[in-house]
Each structure stands twice: as structure tokens, then as C-alpha cells.
Design a protein around this ligand. Structure first.
Ligand code: AMP
Length: 593
């Protein structure tokens, strides 16, 4: 498949890898044994993510160890030890009690990467309410939808984000009882609480109540081809997978300094940007700033990062700056680099070797899986362009699909598994600890994810003879832009609200940096003429409603959009026409379009 396999010299690895013998460790692996590595709440009161991440270290020998080093945009630094984190999260949990928030209530956090976000998520988990992080680059509409679907009771945010994105939608959210401002001054509008005052008034002591492994802990929104965003429900048991995958796929060791560049508004930034390293007692770096190659090299060097988990878009942007720039920086501590979220080009894997002397290890997972499922491990040879092999405890397969895209069943009702090198739907055998337990209020959408004994990922892939998986594409129309999953329907619905727009079809258009960008095609209502001004107005309208992370970067007009006979816009065909690809099966196309 193009690039040569990178053969690992196991003897030269600086630290003996946690997963040193894949076949043996895979065959002897059990989730029960993995769970036994965790502590459990004192007195057998269950399993709580925040206890495993914070309290068990804070009451032991790691109390004074640096848990999180936060780097502010402007150069300020906040260091939090495990003991600090325990105290602050206790206060946060007490503050939630004080507000009358109950077990299972949803606490949303929309703050950007600031220390209060980390305290808030872990404090919420201690309190046994449900943490839901939102990406700060969302516009008002994605925020409103998620708070609405998730029955948000509390929103922790900043004054700026509140003013810009929440104030105007507040009336549409009757279930939102409390807004808590991390930088409030006690005199804020709409009866907002001031987080500092709440924490100052709260006790340092907090005992985590009994927590069932199946109690809801985290809600993460993701997008599908149709309909509103889906709230994937994750439970406290997920921590078993966070811990295990942090250990096996990211090879975290106690002395590591770990930097996960993902924002906690996305699942990677929560499972690995917060939980996994803390459960391992590892120091995490959190950077408030946005991508900047020079800043990033500075962080890798100055903070002596040893394990770095990032994304293809960021790697491509660093590649653009040049290999020499990377080589100018001394990074003697860096020993393992991993990437997730979108296809990692083979050139990028190789570039890691040229720039850092280390290949970049691609891995695969998704919001629904809660943790890494397929990975290139430190002790295994890397096949550039492949996502790697299934983790111990994870059974992955490629399932046969019929011409309609439906997974094919055999006579006994089991899904048919494709032989090696055949394309099909990537599927996982249900039952790992961080698997979603449902989509909130959307039972049927959840049930549609399972067929013939497997969880269907919505991705197309191939498996080779050595058990390495190769990403082929999405089986549906969702768009991956800069690593962020975007549902076309959300974008279409927002643009439809503009008076000029009669119909919209949204596609992902390949982009050398972002992987894909969002492109919309519109038809106009009578009385409107296409012009540069209208185009700009629509781009601005999209940005204002959806935010920069979701809005279409390009908008074009068409006299009509291709539709099926039942009236559904054929995004697949729009995309094929835009990219000059074969148009495929047109049997359902409405005539003339
Ligand atoms: P999300 O739920 O937002 O994390 O997005 C998950 C989706 O991102 C997957 O279903 C894939 O389509 C894509 N994805 C994640 N990791 C990879 C990877 N290593 N290679 C290719 N696509 C990936």
C-alpha cells in the first residue's frame, strides 16, 4: 500500500512498552483484570471516574505531584497537583450541592481550555451529575440544540461566551436553571452565579457518594447524516477503558509528561485530555492557545513532553512550516507520538521520522466508543496509512454490505465478515467498558447501530492479512473538518432559515489542510438574485448561527439540487459533481436534476 512498513527495533525503545507482546497480551487480556487495576470507591461504594483520576492519587504518594500544568494564552501558568485538584473538585461538587443540582442532572461546560473546565468536569463527576463539554467555537444554534436535547440544568461558561452565544438563546432553554460564570463579578445579568464566590464559600471536604459503574457520567454530542445531534451516553465504567487504552495504546508511564492537544469539547479532549492520564498518575499539559507551530514546538521542548497525542490537521500544518523548523528544536524527552480523528496520510507518518526521529502512530476511535479501539502500538511495526490493530479486549471486523449499504446477514442472523483486503463496514463486538449506553432520548437511533451481533461504526474499512485496519471512508454523509465531525443536516437547517434560501445541500469538500471543508449548495427563493453580496451574507449568516467550527466555508448556488424521487437531496451526487467523480447509481434520481 505505497509506503514501506516501518520496522521497529524493539531494543531501541527508550522505555519498555506496556504492550510489548501483542499476541500474548491480547489473548490473555480480560476487562475484569483491567478493572482490578483500578481502586474503586472506598468501602466498596462503586466505581467513580473522578475518584480514579484524582482522589486515589491525592490521598496517596502522588498527592504533591503535578497533575495538570495549564499554559495560558498570554504566558501565564497554573500548576495543579493531585491534592490541589482534589480540593478544588471537592469544592465544585459542594457548590453543585448548594445549587440544588441532583445526581444525574446535566452540567454543561462552555469555557475553552481553562483550569475551571478541568475542575468543573471532575467536580461534576464526583457529584455524580453528568458532565457535558461544549466546544467554544460553536455558535448559538449548536449550543442551544445540545443544551436542549441534553436537558442542561447548569451551564458553566465565561462572561464573553455568555454574552456572545448564550444570552440570546436563554429564553429558549426553560430547563436551564443555573448559569455559572467563571469570571463573574457578582453583578451579572440574568441571575448568573459567580463561580469564584461559589467555590470560596464551599468546603474542601467532599465524600463521593455510591456510584454504580453503569451510572451516567459523560454526555458527548456527535452528528449523524440526518436529524439533530446525538448525545452519546457514557457511564462511570468507561474509566476502565480510559485507563487501559491510555496505558496500552498511548503507552503512558508514571514519569511521562503527556500533552493531548484536543479540546475537551470533543471526546478525545475528555477521555485523553482529562481522564486517562490522571488515572495513570501522569502529568498533563493543557494549552489554552490555538494552534501555532512555533508555540507548539516551544511547549514540546519547554515542558519536556514525552508522549504527544494530536491530530492529522495539526500535523499537516506543522509539515507545512517545514521539517527544518522541527529539527531546530531539541526535543530529547519526546518518545511517542500518536494521532487520531481523521485519516493520517502516510507522508505524515514518515514526516514524524524525518522531523522527530519518531513515526506518528495513527489510532482510530469515535465518540460512541469512548476510547481508542484500533491503534499502532509502540512495539509494533507501523504500516503508514493504516490505523493499526484492534486493542486487547476489542474485537473488530469488516462486515459485508449489500448494494444498499445494509450489512448482510447469514442464515443464522449473524453478520457476514469480509475476508482480508475486502472493503466493508468497520464493526466492533459490543461489550467494552466505554461503549456508549445509548443516545439520549433517541433509542431507535441507538438500536440502528447494531446488526447481526456487531456495533456498526458508520466507517468503511479494510483489514489486511496481518490484522491491520485501513480506513476507506465514511459510509454516510457526515463531514470531518479539522478533526471535527459535522452533521450536514445541522448546517442545512441553519442556512434554511435565511429568507433567500429555498433548498440546501451540504457536502464535505477535500482540503489539503483540514481534510475536508464544509461546502453548501443552495437554490434561491423567488425574488432573490445570486450575487457576491448575497454569497458573503450567507457565509456570515452561517458563521453567526453555527460558529466557525461548523459553518460552511464555501457556498455556491444551483438552479436545482439533485433529489431522489422521494424528494431527498442527494448529497452524494452533489459531491461527485463538485469533485468530478463518477456519479454512481442514479436509479433513484428524480428526472431532470
Ligand atoms: P468523532 O466521533 O467526532 O470522534 O469522529 C469519529 C470518526 O472520525 C470516525 O468514525 C472516523 O470516521 C473518523 N476517524 C477517527 N479516527 C480516524 C483515523 N485514525 N483514521 C480515519 N478516520 C478516523
Amino acid at each position: 500500500m505505497g509506503y514501506e512498513t516501518i520496522v521497529k527495533d524493539r531494543g531501541s525503545l527508550r522505555v519498555p512498552p506496556n504492550l510489548s507482546d501483542y499476541p500474548t497480551q491480547r489473548s490473555s487480556f480480560s476487562w475484569d483484570a483491567a478493572r482490578a487495576e483500578l481502586d474503586g470507591l472506598p468501602g466498596g461504594r462503586g466505581l467513580n471516574i473522578a475518584h480514579e483520576a484524582v482522589d486515589r492519587h491525592a490521598t496517596g504518594t502522588l498527592a504533591g505531584k503535578l497533575a495538570i500544568r495549564w499554559l495560558g494564552r498570554k504566558g501565564d501558568v497554573v500548576d495543579l497537583t493531585f491534592a490541589d485538584l482534589a480540593r478544588l473538585t471537592n469544592r465544585f461538587a459542594n457548590a453543585l450541592d448548594g445549587l440544588g443540582v441532583g445526581t444525574g442532572d446535566r452540567v454543561f461546560l462552555l469555557t475553552g481550555r481553562i483550569p475551571e473546565l478541568y475542575v468543573g468536569v471532575l467536580g461534576t463527576l464526583k457529584h455524580r451529575s453528568v458532565a457535558c463539554t461544549l466546544f467554544a467555537a460553536f455558535g448559538p444554534e449548536p449550543i442551544r440544540q445540545r443544551l436542549d436535547i441534553g436537558n442542561g440544568k447548569v451551564l458553566v461558561t465565561t462572561r464573553r461566551l455568555y454574552r456572545q452565544k448564550v444570552a440570546a438563546i436563554r429564553d429558549a432553554l426553560p430547563e436551564l436553571e443555573h448559569v455559572v460564570l467563571v469570571d463573574g463579578d457578582g453583578a451579572d445579568a440574568d441571575g448568573a452565579h459567580d463561580l469564584r464566590a461559589l467555590l470560596d464559600g464551599a468546603s474542601d471536604e467532599y465524600e463521593i457518594g455510591p456510584t454504580g459503574a453503569e451510572d451516567l457520567a459523560l454526555l458527548h454530542f456527535t452528528s449523524g447524516t440526518t436529524g439533530t445531534p446525538k448525545g452519546a451516553m457514557h457511564v462511570h465504567e468507561a474509566v476502565v477503558a480510559h485507563h487501559t487504552t491510555g496505558k496500552l495504546a498511548l503507552d503512558l508511564h508514571p514519569d511521562d509528561v503527556f500533552w493531548c492537544t484536543a479540546d475537551p469539547g470533543w471526546v478525545t479532549g475528555t477521555s485523553y485530555g482529562i481522564v486517562a492520564p490522571l488515572t495513570m498518575g501522569v502529568t498533563s499539559i493543557v494549552d489554552e492557545g490555538e494552534f501555532d507551530a512555533e508555540r507548539w514546538y516551544g511547549i514540546l521542548g519547554d515542558q519536556r513532553v514525552s508522549v504527544w497525542y494530536t491530530a492529522p490537521t495539526a500535523i499537516r500544518m506543522m509539515m507545512r512550516v517545514g521539517t527544518e523548523v522541527a529539527r531546530e528544536h531539541e526535543l530529547p524527552d519526546l518518545r511517542f507520538i500518536a494521532s487520531v480523528g481523521e485519516p493520517l496520510n502516510p507522508e505524515a507518518v514518515q514526516w514524524g521520522i524525518d522531523a522527530f526521529g519518531l513515526p506518528i502512530h495513527d489510532n482510530w476511535w469515535q465518540t460512541e466508543t469512548g476510547g481508542i479501539m484500533i491503534a499502532n502500538f509502540p512495539a509494533m511495526d507501523v504500516k503508514p496509512g493504516s490505523m493499526g490493530c484492534a486493542l486487547p479486549g476489542i474485537e473488530a471486523a469488516v462486515l459485508r454490505r449489500d448494494e444498499k449499504g445494509q450489512v448482510v446477514l447469514d442464515g443464522r442472523g449473524d453478520a457476514v465478515v469480509e475476508p482480508p483486503m475486502r472493503e466493508g463496514e468497520l464493526a466492533l463486538r459490543p461489550g467494552w467498558p466505554s461503549m456508549l449506553r445509548g443516545y439520549l432520548h433517541a433509542r431507535e437511533r441507538y438500536e440502528r447501530c447494531f446488526r447481526g451481533g456487531w456495533y456498526l461504526t458508520g466507517d468503511l474499512a479494510m483489514r489486511d492479512d496481518d490484522g491491520y485496519f485501513w480506513f476507506v471512508g465514511r459510509a454516510d454523509d457526515v463531514i470531518k473538518s479539522a478533526g471535527h465531525l459535522i452533521g450536514p443536516f445541522e448546517v442545512e437547517s441553519a442556512l434554511m432559515e435565511h429568507p433567500a434560501v429555498a433548498e440546501v445541500g451540504v457536502i464535505g469538500k477535500p482540503d489539503p489542510m483540514a481534510g475536508e471543508i464544509v461546502k453548501a449548495f443552495v437554490t434561491l427563493n423567488r425574488g432573490f438574485e445570486w450575487s457576491e453580496e448575497l454569497q458573503l451574507e450567507l457565509v456570515g449568516f452561517g458563521r453567526k448561527r453555527l460558529g466557525a467550527a461548523v459553518a460552511p466555508r464555501e457556498i455556491d448556488v444551483r438552479d436545482e439540487l439533485p433529489k431522489t424521487r422521494s424528494g431527498k437531496i442527494m448529497r452524494r451526487l452533489l459531491r461527485a459533481r463538485e469533485l468530478g467523480l463518477p456519479e454512481g447509481d442514479l436509479s433513484t434520481l428524480e428526472s431532470g436534476a
